[in-house]
Structure formats: structure tokens, C-alpha cells
Write a protein that binds this ligand. Sequence first.
Ligand SMILES: C[S@@+](CC[C@H](N)C(=O)[O-])C[C@H]1O[C@@H](n2cnc3c(N)ncnc32)[C@H](O)[C@@H]1O
Length: 249
Amino acid sequence: MSEQARTTIDQAQVDRFSAMAAEWWDPKGKFRPLHKFNPVRLAYIRDRVSENFGRDAKAPQPLKGLRLLDIGCGGGLLSEPMARMGADVVGADASEKNIMIAKTHAAGSGVAVDYRAVTAEALAQAGETFDVVLNMEVVEHVADVEFFVSICASMVRPGGLMFVATINRTIKAAALAIFAAENVLRWLPRGTHQYEKLVRPEELEKPIEASGMTVTERTGVFFNPLANQWNLSKDMDVNYMLVARRPAS
Ligand SMILES: C[S@@+](CC[C@H](N)C(=O)[O-])C[C@H]1O[C@@H](n2cnc3c(N)ncnc32)[C@H](O)[C@@H]1O
């Protein structure tokens, strides 16, 4: 298939998110797991970015002056805190409704984020580049994972980082992240995730490495029911995150 004919849009997935858009900022609503995830993933991103760019992670705005893309930003649950940490954030999502909700929320919170209803391929084609690309909980919802990851990686500047978070395609993930989360705990609406669309780490690493980036860290993220919180873990069988770095030129 020619590059031009390839698309990252799985319209049924985008429609599903558009239909739930009003709930993005309700911590008890359909995006509850993402709200619960936020403390652990925000600290992880802040610390890795600070380390990479020689910043003090404890400073009030450790990401000051860095240009950051939050691709598949949804309602902006990551974009807003990243902007508060000082980054110049572009929040991009294929769903216009998500972007509308994100813009409204940011205006209410007084946070400046450049929200755009565009695909990753449109941004790359326009020649956009970033110090940091966040690719969080999106790859399991796109049409062409390899293409999507390559496009996102192509926008990372020399010396920059890309974070990818998703759910592994394992039996354990099918049991916990799909069956239990959707049918028993009811954390997510039924049909949020499809087993066939889950992505194994090596399926991300191939296009990342092919784009000239190096995967520098792999970590699992696991829910601790006793503490009622998510923690970093060595176990990558269910939720996991990768960090990749483009060598400085
Ligand atoms: C599970 S949400 C993740 C939201 C956000 N990244 C977070 O972690 O809080 C997935 C988002 O990806 C968006 N999306 C799906 N396919 C996309 C594509 N090809 N390009 C851009 N956004 C896409 C959906 O509209 C949805 O908002």
C-alpha cells in the first residue's frame, strides 16, 4: 500500500470516543481508569523528561520551553498538566468532539494548550516537530499501528523522547483489562477494548527502532487493589509503557 493511501483512523473507534466525549473530565465517569492512572504516569513522564533534558524534576515548571505533542489527547487529561509543568503543548485528536471538550475545559482552568482536531499524519505532513511526543493509550485504537508509531516517531526532534503506553496482547490482559475491567468491575464500558487490537511491546519496538529511535526503558503498570492505585511494575503482561529516545544529531 502506498504511504498516501495509509490511514491511522479506525472510524468506529473515533466515533466511540466522540460519543463519550462529555465524560472526559468526570473522575467517576467512563474515563475513570485514565483519571486513576494520571498520578503515576504524570510523575513518570515528568521524571524521564527532566532527566533527559537536564531539568530539575522538582522545579515548579520542569518542562518549561519544551515543545510537546499529546497525540490522541482525548479531553486533555495529560495535555493540561503538561502545560502546567511549563511545556508548550499541542493536543491533537482525531475526534472533533474531544477537542471541543478539551478546549472548553482548558479555557475554564486557565491553561494554554494548542488543541487541534487532526491526525498524526496531518501534523507530520505539515512538518511539525517536538521535543517530546506522548502516545498514551492510543495505539490500541488506531487502524495501522506500525504506520501510526512511525509517523509519531518521525516528529521527535534529535535528542527528544517518545512515550508509548498501551495494553499488551496476552491472556492475562484479556482476563484483567478487558473481561474484569468491562464486565466485573465496570470501570470501562463494554467493547472499549478488543483483544485483536491490543499491541505487544515488540510490535511497537519494530517501527520505533526502524525510525532511528532507541527504546531506553520498558515498564509495566499494575493496579494494586489494596492501595486502590496504579504503580509501576516489572510485569508488562497487562498495561505497560515504553520510552524511546532519538539520538542527538
Ligand atoms: C483511550 S483515549 C486516550 C486519551 C489520552 N491519550 C489519555 O491517555 O488520557 C484514545 C484517544 O485516541 C484518539 N484517536 C484514535 N485514533 C486516533 C488517530 N488515528 N489519531 C489521533 N487520535 C486518535 C481517540 O479519539 C481518543 O481520544
